[in-house]
Ligand binder design. Structure first.
Ligand SMILES: [Zn+2]
Length: 404
């Protein structure tokens, strides 16, 4: 991972991301003057420093990519690298559900964040759209969570250690001061902070401020979104209790919600609380009439022990092996539903990128057809491909040696 400089200091990006409170004062000073931090992964055109945006997030500061300069950063090692995109410019309107803007992501979710709870339920965020106009698309919860992972480059592994603190910093940087269903992203979405004993009070105050904005009053319910790592889901007298890591707060969920989660996210559900895997959740929270917080919808993303997204327990095992062996790789993630030809993993440290396929479901005809299709595709393109067919031991799979 790259080094970054601000206020006369040069430290690793990882150090700043894991200890945001420790560097708050220096980052605040650099935000005032010169108004940016510097990424040391490469130098910019003509040897100029590569600037990073310093963004305030509650009491803390986070580093983010400078608008339209992502392509200048080192693609192999720097999380601020990004290919030039069709960025949304001021005044332009996009019909995409999720788009990048210079300030961060602008998102339209298919979940309402303000709901009338009496009378006819009207989706207030959609009411003003006249018939026959082209309306903007909206993203489902899982699509949004996966897009966040891509924008934060958390689906790539470059070898630097990654804690929840790193994930928090990269997600917050990717979201920026964007918009979610027309509201301020920072008001309606909270990315759970890593628990730090020395910052206990500040973290609790920040989380409480977010939770206090979730309220039901005078016939309106204001909801909130939370991104956190799941710890446990336990049955209770009134349904279920959802526990997330880094906090003692827990949330209620009805049996109907949990039934839907177990059906939709089977692989992730079965690995909640298992030591070698992690399950990240995007929760939609609502305040009940008696003041409790309940989860009304959830999307789950199964990850390996380093927060690399995985589609199955076999993929978790493979990703954990690749991390342990210090390989560089990525988990290609589909942005378009139905795109089933993406490889399970791609090694990026071999001379030619090598595809890794984990063929786990022997008894599913559709899956077997796709496997044949993928094998033909790789053969035609002469793509180096490594296959693992469980239950063979994951350690028995022979990987190509890294070129760098
Ligand atoms: Zn960089």
């Amino acid at each position: 991972m790259a080094d970054v400089s601000f206020d006369g200091l040069t430290v690793t990006l990882e150090e700043v991301q894991d200890n945001p409170a420790k560097y708050a004062r220096e980052l605040e000073r650099a935000k005032k003057s010169p108004g940016y931090a510097v990424c040391r992964c490469k130098s910019g055109p003509g040897g100029t420093p590569l600037r990073l945006v310093i963004r305030r997030y509650g009491a803390l500061f986070h580093l983010a990519r400078w608008p339209e300069e992502g392509y200048l950063h080192d693609p192999a090692t720097c999380p601020f690298h990004a290919l030039p995109t069709n960025d949304q410019h001021e005044g332009e309107e996009s019909f995409e559900a999720i788009c990048q803007t210079p300030d961060g992501l602008n998102v339209r979710l298919d979940t309402s964040l303000s709901v009338r709870t009496v009378g006819v339920v009207i989706d207030r965020e959609r009411r003003e759209i006249a018939p026959n106009t082209v309306s903007r698309r909206s993203a489902p919860l899982l699509g949004f969570l996966q897009r966040i992972w891509i924008e934060a480059r958390l689906h790539e592994w470059t070898g630097a250690a990654r804690s929840w603190g790193t994930c928090n910093a990269q997600i917050v940087a990717a979201l920026g001061v964007g918009k979610l269903n027309g509201k301020s992203m920072q008001d309606v979405l909270y990315v759970m902070r890593r628990y730090e004993p020395t910052e206990k009070a500040a973290i609790a105050a920040e989380f409480d401020a977010f939770l206090s904005r979730i309220k039901t009053s005078e016939g309106t319910s204001e909801r909130g979104l939370l991104i956190a790592e799941l710890n446990a889901v336990e049955p209770s007298k009134y349904g279920f209790v959802i526990k997330v890591r880094q906090t003692h707060h827990s949330f209620f969920a009805s049996k109907a919600v949990i039934d839907q989660v177990t059906a939709s996210f089977r692989s992730a559900w079965t690995l909640i609380g298992v030591p070698h895997a992690r399950v990240v959740a995007l929760l939609v929270l609502e305040r009940t009439k008696d003041g409790n917080l309940r989860v009304i919808d959830i999307a789950l993303q199964l990850c390996n022990s380093s927060f690399i997204p995985c589609d199955s327990s076999y993929e978790v095992a493979m990703a954990n092996r690749l991390v342990a062996e210090r390989r560089r790789f990525k988990k290609p993630m589909r942005l378009v539903p139905g795109d089933d030809t993406l490889p399970d993993f791609q090694l990026t440290d071999t001379a030619t990128p090598t595809v890794i396929e984990v063929y786990g479901m022997h008894d599913n005809a559709q899956y077997l057809a796709r496997k044949t299709q993928k094998q033909a595709l790789y053969a035609r393109a002469a793509t180096p491909c490594v296959e693992w067919i469980p239950p063979a031991d994951v350690r028995s799979v022979r990987l190509l040696v890294a070129a760098t």
